[in-house]
Ligand binder design. Sequence first.
Ligand code: FES
Length: 122
Amino acid sequence: MFLHTCLVFFSTYIKLMPKITYIEHNGKTHTIDVAKGLSVMEGAVQNNISGIDADCGGGMACATCHVYVKEEWFDKLPKKEDGEEDMLDMAYEPKKNSRLSCQLTVSEELEGFVVQLPEKQA
Ligand code: FES
């Protein structure tokens, strides 16, 4: 009975974790279940995805969590704050679809979210 309850709880918990796909610059793809409330950066760091350094730990002070957001997702995200835009100016090869992954909070709205990692971080 206890095991059954644990399995039901665990499977429900897993379903509550949105899948985020990280595509490295070389095309290697990682689709990870990331707990809601974590940032997209934290999901990468906790799962040892190479290509996101996150030197400042999410303090929006380094731009080494820079990602490119797939076009179909870009307009669904919260708007950038001024500080994020300033930091992206210091990122490696920023583009109009660039975001700091530490500023993107995982929620059920991000189920299936896809980010591409730059060739390197600044
Ligand atoms: S982790 Fe440093 S700006 Fe995102």
